[in-house]
Ligand binder design. Sequence first.
Ligand SMILES: Nc1ncnc2c1ncn2[C@@H]1O[C@H](COP(=O)(O)OP(=O)(O)O)[C@@H](O)[C@H]1O
Ligand SMILES: CC(C)(COP(=O)(O)O)[C@@H](O)C(=O)O
Length: 297
Amino acid sequence: MTDEATAFVPGHVTGFFSAHPNDDPASAGSRGAGVTLTDGVRVTVRRREDGARRDDHARRDDERRASRVTLNGDRVTVDPVESVLAEFGVRADRVEITAETPLPVGAGFGVSGAVALGLAFGVNDLLALGRSENELVTVAHRAEVNAGTGLGDVVAQARGGLPIRLEPGAPGRGALDGVPERPSVEYVTFGELSTAAVLSGDTRALTAAGESALADLREKPTASRMVALSRRFAREAGLLTDRVEDAVDDVRAAGGDASMAMLGETVFAFGTGLSDAGYDPSVCDVHTAGAGLVRED
Ligand SMILES: Nc1ncnc2c1ncn2[C@@H]1O[C@H](COP(=O)(O)OP(=O)(O)O)[C@@H](O)[C@H]1O
Ligand SMILES: CC(C)(COP(=O)(O)O)[C@@H](O)C(=O)O
Protein backbone atom coordinates (compact mmCIF):
# COMPACT_ATOMS: atom_id res chain seq x y z
CA MET A 1 0.00 0.00 0.00
CA THR A 2 1.26 3.46 -0.82
CA ASP A 3 1.48 6.28 1.69
CA GLU A 4 0.10 9.00 -0.54
CA ALA A 5 -1.95 9.51 -3.69
CA THR A 6 -2.25 12.57 -5.92
CA ALA A 7 -5.00 13.58 -8.35
CA PHE A 8 -5.30 16.50 -10.76
CA VAL A 9 -8.66 18.16 -11.33
CA PRO A 10 -9.04 20.89 -13.97
CA GLY A 11 -10.48 24.25 -13.02
CA HIS A 12 -13.97 24.84 -14.41
CA VAL A 13 -15.43 28.18 -15.38
CA THR A 14 -19.19 28.17 -15.83
CA GLY A 15 -20.33 30.63 -18.53
CA PHE A 16 -24.06 30.22 -17.90
CA PHE A 17 -26.23 27.89 -15.85
CA SER A 18 -29.68 27.12 -14.52
CA ALA A 19 -30.15 25.78 -10.97
CA HIS A 20 -32.06 22.53 -10.40
CA PRO A 21 -32.46 21.75 -6.71
CA ASN A 22 -33.68 18.31 -5.64
CA ASP A 23 -34.08 16.60 -2.26
CA ASP A 24 -31.71 13.92 -3.52
CA PRO A 25 -28.30 15.62 -3.95
CA ALA A 26 -27.27 13.11 -6.63
CA SER A 27 -30.21 14.33 -8.75
CA ALA A 28 -29.72 18.02 -7.93
CA GLY A 29 -27.40 20.02 -10.14
CA SER A 30 -27.29 22.53 -12.93
CA ARG A 31 -27.66 22.74 -16.68
CA GLY A 32 -25.33 25.04 -18.55
CA ALA A 33 -22.00 25.34 -20.28
CA GLY A 34 -18.42 26.13 -19.35
CA VAL A 35 -14.73 25.62 -19.87
CA THR A 36 -12.34 23.23 -18.11
CA LEU A 37 -8.82 24.57 -17.71
CA THR A 38 -5.28 23.20 -17.69
CA ASP A 39 -4.95 25.43 -14.61
CA GLY A 40 -6.45 23.22 -11.94
CA VAL A 41 -5.99 21.76 -8.49
CA ARG A 42 -3.49 19.09 -7.54
CA VAL A 43 -4.76 17.24 -4.48
CA THR A 44 -2.48 14.95 -2.45
CA VAL A 45 -3.85 12.69 0.28
CA ARG A 46 -1.49 11.22 2.87
CA ARG A 47 -2.02 8.86 5.78
CA ARG A 48 -1.69 10.39 9.23
CA GLU A 49 -0.42 7.72 11.50
CA ASP A 50 -0.73 9.96 14.56
CA GLY A 51 -4.55 10.01 14.19
CA ALA A 52 -5.06 6.97 16.46
CA ARG A 53 -2.55 8.10 19.04
CA ARG A 54 -4.26 11.46 19.38
CA ASP A 55 -7.33 9.52 20.64
CA ASP A 56 -5.36 8.24 23.58
CA HIS A 57 -4.71 11.75 24.65
CA ALA A 58 -8.43 12.43 24.79
CA ARG A 59 -8.32 15.47 22.55
CA ARG A 60 -11.46 17.55 22.35
CA ASP A 61 -13.90 16.00 19.86
CA ASP A 62 -13.90 18.85 17.39
CA GLU A 63 -10.14 18.96 17.30
CA ARG A 64 -9.89 15.20 16.92
CA ARG A 65 -12.31 15.15 13.99
CA ALA A 66 -11.00 18.18 12.18
CA SER A 67 -9.55 17.32 8.79
CA ARG A 68 -6.29 18.89 7.87
CA VAL A 69 -6.47 20.69 4.55
CA THR A 70 -3.80 23.03 3.29
CA LEU A 71 -4.33 25.10 0.17
CA ASN A 72 -1.10 26.50 -1.27
CA GLY A 73 0.44 26.04 2.17
CA ASP A 74 -2.32 27.73 4.20
CA ARG A 75 -4.56 25.78 6.56
CA VAL A 76 -8.13 26.20 5.23
CA THR A 77 -11.65 24.82 5.48
CA VAL A 78 -13.07 23.56 2.20
CA ASP A 79 -16.73 22.87 2.84
CA PRO A 80 -17.32 19.56 0.98
CA VAL A 81 -14.22 17.83 2.37
CA GLU A 82 -15.77 16.48 5.56
CA SER A 83 -18.68 14.86 3.78
CA VAL A 84 -16.47 13.22 1.12
CA LEU A 85 -14.49 11.58 3.92
CA ALA A 86 -17.68 10.67 5.81
CA GLU A 87 -19.15 8.95 2.73
CA PHE A 88 -16.08 6.74 2.56
CA GLY A 89 -16.17 6.09 6.32
CA VAL A 90 -12.72 7.65 6.70
CA ARG A 91 -12.09 9.47 9.95
CA ALA A 92 -11.03 13.01 9.17
CA ASP A 93 -7.94 12.87 11.37
CA ARG A 94 -6.56 9.84 9.53
CA VAL A 95 -5.60 11.75 6.39
CA GLU A 96 -3.76 14.92 5.53
CA ILE A 97 -4.96 16.74 2.42
CA THR A 98 -2.74 19.09 0.47
CA ALA A 99 -4.13 21.15 -2.41
CA GLU A 100 -2.05 23.26 -4.75
CA THR A 101 -3.42 25.55 -7.42
CA PRO A 102 -2.59 28.67 -9.41
CA LEU A 103 -6.33 29.50 -9.45
CA PRO A 104 -7.89 32.11 -7.16
CA VAL A 105 -10.33 30.60 -4.64
CA GLY A 106 -13.98 31.66 -4.53
CA ALA A 107 -13.73 33.43 -7.87
CA GLY A 108 -15.66 31.06 -10.13
CA PHE A 109 -13.08 28.36 -10.95
CA GLY A 110 -14.73 25.48 -9.11
CA VAL A 111 -11.90 25.11 -6.62
CA SER A 112 -14.19 23.55 -4.00
CA GLY A 113 -15.48 20.97 -6.50
CA ALA A 114 -11.92 20.25 -7.57
CA VAL A 115 -10.78 19.62 -4.00
CA ALA A 116 -13.80 17.35 -3.41
CA LEU A 117 -13.21 15.34 -6.59
CA GLY A 118 -9.43 15.16 -6.17
CA LEU A 119 -9.93 13.99 -2.61
CA ALA A 120 -12.35 11.26 -3.76
CA PHE A 121 -9.82 9.97 -6.33
CA GLY A 122 -6.96 10.25 -3.84
CA VAL A 123 -8.68 8.50 -0.92
CA ASN A 124 -9.95 5.71 -3.17
CA ASP A 125 -6.41 5.05 -4.38
CA LEU A 126 -4.66 5.49 -1.03
CA LEU A 127 -7.01 3.20 0.87
CA ALA A 128 -7.72 0.81 -2.06
CA LEU A 129 -11.48 1.35 -1.70
CA GLY A 130 -12.24 -0.14 -5.10
CA ARG A 131 -14.81 2.44 -6.24
CA SER A 132 -15.45 3.20 -9.92
CA GLU A 133 -14.98 6.66 -11.43
CA ASN A 134 -18.75 7.24 -11.61
CA GLU A 135 -18.99 6.41 -7.91
CA LEU A 136 -16.18 8.83 -7.03
CA VAL A 137 -17.76 11.59 -9.10
CA THR A 138 -21.11 10.93 -7.40
CA VAL A 139 -19.57 11.18 -3.92
CA ALA A 140 -17.87 14.49 -4.78
CA HIS A 141 -20.98 15.86 -6.53
CA ARG A 142 -23.22 15.07 -3.54
CA ALA A 143 -20.73 16.67 -1.15
CA GLU A 144 -20.51 19.82 -3.27
CA VAL A 145 -24.30 20.12 -3.58
CA ASN A 146 -24.82 19.57 0.16
CA ALA A 147 -22.18 22.19 0.97
CA GLY A 148 -23.92 24.71 -1.34
CA THR A 149 -20.61 25.53 -3.02
CA GLY A 150 -21.54 24.31 -6.51
CA LEU A 151 -24.00 22.37 -8.65
CA GLY A 152 -22.32 21.42 -11.88
CA ASP A 153 -18.59 21.88 -11.43
CA VAL A 154 -17.79 18.31 -10.38
CA VAL A 155 -19.44 16.55 -13.34
CA ALA A 156 -17.87 19.08 -15.72
CA GLN A 157 -14.42 18.61 -14.14
CA ALA A 158 -14.78 14.84 -14.45
CA ARG A 159 -15.42 15.24 -18.19
CA GLY A 160 -12.95 17.89 -19.35
CA GLY A 161 -13.16 19.93 -22.58
CA LEU A 162 -15.91 22.52 -22.99
CA PRO A 163 -18.71 20.72 -21.13
CA ILE A 164 -22.37 21.30 -21.84
CA ARG A 165 -24.53 20.11 -18.97
CA LEU A 166 -27.73 18.96 -20.71
CA GLU A 167 -29.36 17.44 -17.64
CA PRO A 168 -28.49 18.06 -13.99
CA GLY A 169 -27.05 15.54 -11.60
CA ALA A 170 -24.39 12.95 -10.94
CA PRO A 171 -23.42 10.24 -13.48
CA GLY A 172 -26.41 8.08 -14.39
CA ARG A 173 -28.82 10.93 -13.70
CA GLY A 174 -27.28 13.91 -15.45
CA ALA A 175 -26.27 14.08 -19.11
CA LEU A 176 -23.31 15.86 -20.67
CA ASP A 177 -22.26 16.94 -24.13
CA GLY A 178 -19.43 19.22 -25.22
CA VAL A 179 -18.29 21.86 -27.68
CA PRO A 180 -15.66 20.19 -29.91
CA GLU A 181 -13.09 23.01 -29.91
CA ARG A 182 -9.86 23.69 -28.05
CA PRO A 183 -9.24 27.43 -27.78
CA SER A 184 -6.62 28.97 -25.52
CA VAL A 185 -8.05 30.79 -22.50
CA GLU A 186 -7.25 34.07 -20.75
CA TYR A 187 -8.68 35.20 -17.42
CA VAL A 188 -8.47 38.09 -14.99
CA THR A 189 -9.92 38.08 -11.46
CA PHE A 190 -11.02 41.19 -9.60
CA GLY A 191 -12.51 39.49 -6.55
CA GLU A 192 -14.69 36.81 -5.03
CA LEU A 193 -18.45 36.23 -5.14
CA SER A 194 -20.19 33.92 -2.66
CA THR A 195 -21.60 30.94 -4.56
CA ALA A 196 -23.59 29.84 -1.51
CA ALA A 197 -25.23 33.30 -1.20
CA VAL A 198 -26.36 33.33 -4.85
CA LEU A 199 -27.58 29.72 -4.83
CA SER A 200 -29.56 30.18 -1.61
CA GLY A 201 -31.31 33.31 -2.99
CA ASP A 202 -34.05 33.60 -5.62
CA THR A 203 -32.65 31.81 -8.68
CA ARG A 204 -35.73 32.09 -10.93
CA ALA A 205 -34.48 34.87 -13.22
CA LEU A 206 -31.07 33.27 -13.43
CA THR A 207 -32.54 29.89 -14.29
CA ALA A 208 -34.80 31.29 -17.02
CA ALA A 209 -31.80 33.07 -18.59
CA GLY A 210 -29.68 29.91 -18.30
CA GLU A 211 -32.29 27.67 -19.94
CA SER A 212 -32.63 30.07 -22.85
CA ALA A 213 -28.85 30.26 -23.34
CA LEU A 214 -28.61 26.46 -23.31
CA ALA A 215 -31.32 26.09 -25.96
CA ASP A 216 -29.46 28.58 -28.17
CA LEU A 217 -26.07 26.92 -27.66
CA ARG A 218 -27.50 23.51 -28.57
CA GLU A 219 -28.54 24.92 -31.94
CA LYS A 220 -24.95 25.91 -32.70
CA PRO A 221 -22.43 24.55 -30.18
CA THR A 222 -19.34 26.65 -30.88
CA ALA A 223 -16.88 28.30 -28.49
CA SER A 224 -17.57 31.83 -29.77
CA ARG A 225 -21.31 31.34 -29.35
CA MET A 226 -20.76 30.01 -25.83
CA VAL A 227 -18.99 33.25 -24.86
CA ALA A 228 -21.67 35.44 -26.47
CA LEU A 229 -24.46 33.51 -24.74
CA SER A 230 -22.58 33.67 -21.43
CA ARG A 231 -22.38 37.44 -21.80
CA ARG A 232 -26.13 37.65 -22.49
CA PHE A 233 -26.78 35.38 -19.48
CA ALA A 234 -24.64 37.45 -17.09
CA ARG A 235 -26.57 40.57 -18.05
CA GLU A 236 -30.05 38.95 -17.95
CA ALA A 237 -29.34 37.24 -14.61
CA GLY A 238 -28.21 40.57 -13.10
CA LEU A 239 -24.86 39.14 -12.04
CA LEU A 240 -22.48 41.53 -13.83
CA THR A 241 -20.45 43.75 -11.54
CA ASP A 242 -19.15 47.12 -12.72
CA ARG A 243 -15.53 45.97 -12.95
CA VAL A 244 -16.48 42.86 -14.91
CA GLU A 245 -18.73 44.82 -17.24
CA ASP A 246 -15.96 47.37 -17.92
CA ALA A 247 -13.45 44.65 -18.77
CA VAL A 248 -15.91 42.83 -21.04
CA ASP A 249 -16.62 46.14 -22.82
CA ASP A 250 -12.86 46.74 -23.23
CA VAL A 251 -12.36 43.31 -24.81
CA ARG A 252 -15.25 43.92 -27.21
CA ALA A 253 -13.93 47.36 -28.11
CA ALA A 254 -10.60 45.69 -29.00
CA GLY A 255 -12.41 43.30 -31.38
CA GLY A 256 -12.70 40.27 -29.10
CA ASP A 257 -15.32 38.79 -26.83
CA ALA A 258 -15.39 37.87 -23.15
CA SER A 259 -17.76 37.07 -20.34
CA MET A 260 -17.97 36.55 -16.60
CA ALA A 261 -17.06 33.36 -14.72
CA MET A 262 -19.94 32.07 -12.60
CA LEU A 263 -19.72 32.73 -9.77
CA GLY A 264 -16.82 35.08 -9.26
CA GLU A 265 -15.65 38.54 -10.18
CA THR A 266 -13.67 37.04 -13.02
CA VAL A 267 -13.57 37.74 -16.75
CA PHE A 268 -12.61 34.99 -19.21
CA ALA A 269 -11.93 35.13 -22.94
CA PHE A 270 -10.84 32.72 -25.64
CA GLY A 271 -7.72 33.50 -27.66
CA THR A 272 -6.02 36.79 -26.83
CA GLY A 273 -9.10 38.88 -26.08
CA LEU A 274 -7.95 40.24 -22.71
CA SER A 275 -4.32 40.86 -23.63
CA ASP A 276 -5.40 42.60 -26.85
CA ALA A 277 -7.46 44.94 -24.65
CA GLY A 278 -4.40 45.82 -22.55
CA TYR A 279 -4.98 43.49 -19.58
CA ASP A 280 -2.33 41.23 -18.09
CA PRO A 281 -4.29 37.97 -17.88
CA SER A 282 -3.42 34.48 -16.72
CA VAL A 283 -3.17 32.24 -19.78
CA CYS A 284 -3.93 28.53 -20.07
CA ASP A 285 -5.61 25.99 -22.32
CA VAL A 286 -8.74 23.91 -22.37
CA HIS A 287 -8.05 20.67 -20.48
CA THR A 288 -9.20 18.04 -22.93
CA ALA A 289 -9.32 15.17 -20.41
CA GLY A 290 -11.19 14.91 -17.13
CA ALA A 291 -9.91 14.58 -13.58
CA GLY A 292 -7.62 11.68 -12.69
CA LEU A 293 -4.73 10.32 -10.68
CA VAL A 294 -1.24 11.67 -11.21
CA ARG A 295 1.58 9.14 -11.28
CA GLU A 296 4.66 10.17 -9.32
CA ASP A 297 7.63 8.65 -11.19
N1 LIG B 1 -9.51 32.40 0.95
C1 LIG B 1 -10.64 31.78 0.62
N2 LIG B 1 -11.60 32.44 -0.04
C2 LIG B 1 -12.75 31.82 -0.39
N3 LIG B 1 -13.01 30.53 -0.13
C3 LIG B 1 -12.10 29.84 0.54
C4 LIG B 1 -10.86 30.41 0.93
N4 LIG B 1 -10.15 29.45 1.55
C5 LIG B 1 -10.91 28.35 1.53
N5 LIG B 1 -12.08 28.56 0.96
C6 LIG B 1 -13.07 27.52 0.73
O1 LIG B 1 -13.02 27.26 -0.67
C7 LIG B 1 -14.32 27.00 -1.17
C8 LIG B 1 -14.63 27.98 -2.31
O2 LIG B 1 -15.75 27.51 -2.93
P1 LIG B 1 -16.64 28.39 -3.90
O3 LIG B 1 -17.16 29.59 -3.18
O4 LIG B 1 -17.58 27.44 -4.54
O5 LIG B 1 -15.60 28.96 -4.92
P2 LIG B 1 -14.98 28.31 -6.19
O6 LIG B 1 -15.52 29.16 -7.28
O7 LIG B 1 -13.52 28.48 -6.02
O8 LIG B 1 -15.44 26.90 -6.21
C9 LIG B 1 -15.27 27.10 -0.03
O9 LIG B 1 -15.51 25.77 0.39
C10 LIG B 1 -14.51 27.87 1.05
O10 LIG B 1 -14.87 27.40 2.33
C1 LIG C 1 -21.95 28.35 -11.07
C2 LIG C 1 -21.90 27.22 -10.05
C3 LIG C 1 -23.26 27.06 -9.39
C4 LIG C 1 -20.88 27.57 -8.93
O1 LIG C 1 -19.58 27.66 -9.44
P1 LIG C 1 -18.31 28.05 -8.50
O2 LIG C 1 -18.56 29.42 -7.95
O3 LIG C 1 -17.13 28.00 -9.40
O4 LIG C 1 -18.23 27.00 -7.41
C5 LIG C 1 -21.48 25.90 -10.73
O5 LIG C 1 -21.31 24.90 -9.80
C6 LIG C 1 -22.48 25.44 -11.78
O6 LIG C 1 -23.38 24.66 -11.49
O7 LIG C 1 -22.35 25.88 -12.94
